[in-house]
Design a protein around this ligand. Sequence first.
Ligand SMILES: [Zn+2]
Length: 406
Amino acid sequence: MKPADMKTSNKKLILNYFYNNETVARPDLVGELGLSKPTVSMLVGELQDEGYLLHAGEGDTGQQGGKRPQLYTFNALCGTAVAVNIGVARIQGALTDMRLNSLKQIDAPYSEGDPQQAFSAMVGVIGELLEEASAHRLAVFGIGVSAPGIVRSESGVLVNSARLRSWGQVPLKSRLEEQFRLPVRVDNAPRNIALAEKWAGLGKHLSTFITLQADGGLGTGIFLDGKIYKGADESGGEFGHTTVDMNGPPCRCGNRGCWELYGSDEAFMKRVADGLELHSDSMMAGAVRSGARLDLPLVAECVARGDRLARQLVEEYADGLSVGLVNLVNVFNPEWIILQGQLRLLGPDFLRMVTEKVKERALYPGSDKVRIGFSGFAGDTKLIGAAALVVKEVMEGKYFRSVIYS
Ligand SMILES: [Zn+2]
């Protein structure tokens, strides 16, 4: 390795060590990373000058006494990321710090069949967030985008989206880079969700885990042996479209009996609506008659208040969800399956139902190993994941100098 490459590699090592640990004493780095004292001293100095590290006082002297060690901590505001999620008829945007905390969040509507309008909405949202960063003298490392459908992550082209069929191929990365003169990274929403969990969520210390979000469709992000799984053409990992009933109803993907038709929240709410027609005496039907919106929060509330119909429908939904989870466990042997979004409202009882069903049917020892839980993120993980695309680049040492956008 050339000396310059060696230096970058060591600097990256130190930066990541700080990212993954709270406060670190400089001498500890020598032991932990196997680097020499002068190297640590020089690189910590550089990282501090560049704004990545903050001096955090002095530590205690060891048993032998002597000089107090200097403490440092990662500076989450060394720079920011602009994150964008292309939702259905809505562009969401956030400015986040390097620990993926949202500093400002905005959104803008667009009409679904109109990619040009969506792009204009995206430009507006990004522009506003860059102005916010500039007003607070915050550096911006880059722009991350979560797109629905199949994305070529290298070129940042949205190739195909079942939800946005009329869009055709959209070169998101090149168009946004041309517009804003900042690095842009694009990937699809399920993979970005997995990335968010890896960088700042439950996946932090895991090497194989799966994220699942049921919001309209059923998206899976597969983090396999330390890497996001993409497949040869980056169209892999679409577990929502694996067949669970070969004679099942047609799916929007063109196949039949896909897991999505049983495991998505949309499918669940359709069954709830059918159930209400048959049980007009249920608590839930009463609530709807008095004007309540029939949605997942209402079902969750009715379950909590002891409505038998709601409870039975949730139990059936747990069946529909677990049938695909069993397949995931048998294929990938994950340590964790992290459920995203609104499913959290169904609470610990729902988790227990799903977990029991998976453990009963999946192969040992994978069935024994796997844990199923709700994501700890309060915000929209697709958006947090878009920011994680930028954080990942920073931690891989791609920039080492942040840019103040003006
Ligand atoms: Zn399908």
